[in-house]
Design a protein around this ligand. Structure first.
Ligand code: NAP
Length: 474
């Protein structure tokens, strides 16, 4: 089979043609998905200089048009982009198509927000200390933003950073995951073709010390927006120096199922939350906390439902669960399951691994101190922990270092309200999976999941700009 042509890292819109090649392989069968040229320290510095030196900020209308044209172009190439995601990330094609749809939404909302007036007016003759003036606010672009993104949503995570930066008029340098750079580079090409000035976007792949770490520590970078693991996020927090940080880190989200729940709904949410995107969502259900009276019936139904999540070749239409990102990750998940089993848990279905494919796995009787309950396990695992009542569930839910999102399945409004008040995390979804959101709503966690600064198109535009206040006599 002929190999796809090489894609290139992009310094201010110019492809780097001659760097060392990075080969991207399908996690499913090892076939070559593509190759990418990598850059050096000098390229990273050139990208920063181009961003910082850029002055010709497009108007709001032009920014909106660029985002809209990119959306239209992406819609026209939906299937091609979805296949690129499946090929490099191993995600089932149906998941990749869903991700492209979400990215279309990000672009639509970012284009809309580009046009929205964000200023405020304050009359100053409102107190004894005041006078007849008015204060106005306006948002100004930053000099240079940096975005560092993970592998698990290789297109949507990129769009959630690049789209709002463009809407804000801020030049951005993207460092995508080296496991999934192909769709990010294709996305950048759509943006340039839609009229984005080259200096407003660079996409760099290369050695961590020469690219990611240089970007994070560089004094002319105003904001680093990072989505990824807790250890890397904390390292960035420790080394970035005096600049804005948006950190979207790991999660360990609970789905709490109370004995007044609609059990069919609970089973659907547990399965969807645990297995969608091969369980590789920061907001995937990582702990199912079920009230003990309904646990046997819930567990029986979840095992039945799990049979419907066909795991296999990501490119086949029938496949619901593709691979995790690589074989090492699948082996790590296997080890986490083995550990829980040796502590008394039982695997009721799944658990078999072939290469990077791990069958969706229901694990019952999981002890509360098992690694899969305490830490983030990034794969299609559904660990069931029984709880006595709502208070017990809330205590277990709040017992980890994470605080990203959560779901509660109940028909009782009092229980729902108490959960919303008590759960220490960024989002509480009643009768939904923890991951439910729209692309413009505020999103992000606390604790080890993040610093509480939200993303989502509207909040992210704030992160990529600063408020200037000016006043006039009135
Ligand atoms: P990761 O290993 O932390 O990598 C994320 C990005 O950081 C990659 O681009 C990686 O580059 C880069 N990186 C690695 N070392 C770095 C350094 N020293 N300085 C700066 N950047 C560095 O995360 P991942 O395994 O790709 O993604 C999975 C994690 O992301 C999970 O923990 C998941 O929960 C989290 N996540 C969180 C959210 C959220 O919104 N809270 C959303 C999605 C995912 P290379 O690829 O070149 O190593």
């Amino acid at each position: 089979m002929s190999q796809p042509p090489a894609l290139h890292s992009l310094v201010a819109g110019t492809p780097v043609l001659d760097g060392p090649l990075l080969t991207i392989r399908s996690p499913f069968d090892g076939s070559i998905s593509g190759t990418v040229t990598q850059v050096t320290r000098a390229h990273t510095e050139a990208a920063i200089a181009a961003a910082v030196g850029f002055r010709a900020t497009p108007t709001r209308y032009q920014r909106s048009e660029i985002l809209e044209k990119t959306r239209t172009a992406l819609e026209a190439r939906r299937e091609e982009f979805a296949r690129t995601i499946s090929s490099e990330a191993g995600l089932a094609l149906r998941e990749a198509r869903y991700e492209v749809g979400r990215t279309v939404d990000v672009l639509r909302f970012a284009a809309m927000e580009s046009l929205r007036d964000d200023g405020q007016i304050f009359s100053c003759d409102i107190s004894a200390q005041g006078k007849a003036r008015k204060i106005f606010t306006t948002r100004e672009p930053l000099r240079c933003a940096v975005a560092i993104t993970p592998f698990n949503h290789p297109l949507n995570q990129v769009a959630h950073k690049v789209g709002p930066a463009i809407a804000a008029g801020t030049p951005i340098i993207l460092k995508p995951s080296e496991k999934t750079p192909l769709v990010a580079l294709k996305f950048a090409e759509l943006l340039y073709a839609a009229g984005l000035p080259g200096s407003m976007l660079s996409v760099l792949l290369g050695p961590t010390a020469e690219v990611a770490e240089l970007l994070v520590t560089h004094p002319q970078v105003d904001v680093v927006a990072f989505t990824g693991s807790v250890p890397v996020g904390k390292r960035i927090a420790a080394t970035a120096g005096y600049k804005k940080l948006v950190l979207e880190l790991g999660g360990n989200d609970p789905l709490i199922i109370l004995d007044d729940a609609d059990l069919d709904l609970a089973v659907t949410l547990a399965a969807e939350g645990s297995y969608r995107n091969s369980g590789q969502r920061c907001t995937a259900v990582k702990r199912i906390l079920v009230q003990d009276g309904i646990a046997p019936e819930f567990t029986r139904r979840l095992v039945e439902r799990t049979r419907e999540y066909l795991c296999g070749n990501p490119m086949e239409e029938a496949t619901k669960v593709g691979t995790v990102i690589d074989e090492a990750s699948a082996q790590n998940l296997e080890a986490i399951v083995r550990e829980a089993v040796s502590a008394g848990a039982k695997v009721l279905i799944g658990g078999e691994r072939r290469g990077a494919l791990l069958q969706p796995t229901v694990i019952a009787d999981v002890p509360r101190d098992a690694r899969m309950v305490v830490c983030e396990s990034f794969g299609p695992l559904a660990p069931i922990v029984t709880v006595r009542d709502l208070d017990d569930a809330l205590a277990v839910a709040n017992s980890t270092v994470y605080g990203l999102s959560s779901g509660v399945v109940t028909r009782n409004l009092e229980h729902a309200l108490k959960a919303i008040r008590t759960l220490r995390c960024g989002t509480v979804n009643i009768n939904e999976v923890p991951g439910f959101r729209v692309e413009s709503s505020p999103f992000g966690g606390i604790g080890d999941s993040g610093l509480g600064i939200k993303e989502g198109v509207i909040e992210a535009i704030k992160a990529y700009s600063y408020v200037k206040t000016f006043s006039l006599p009135w």
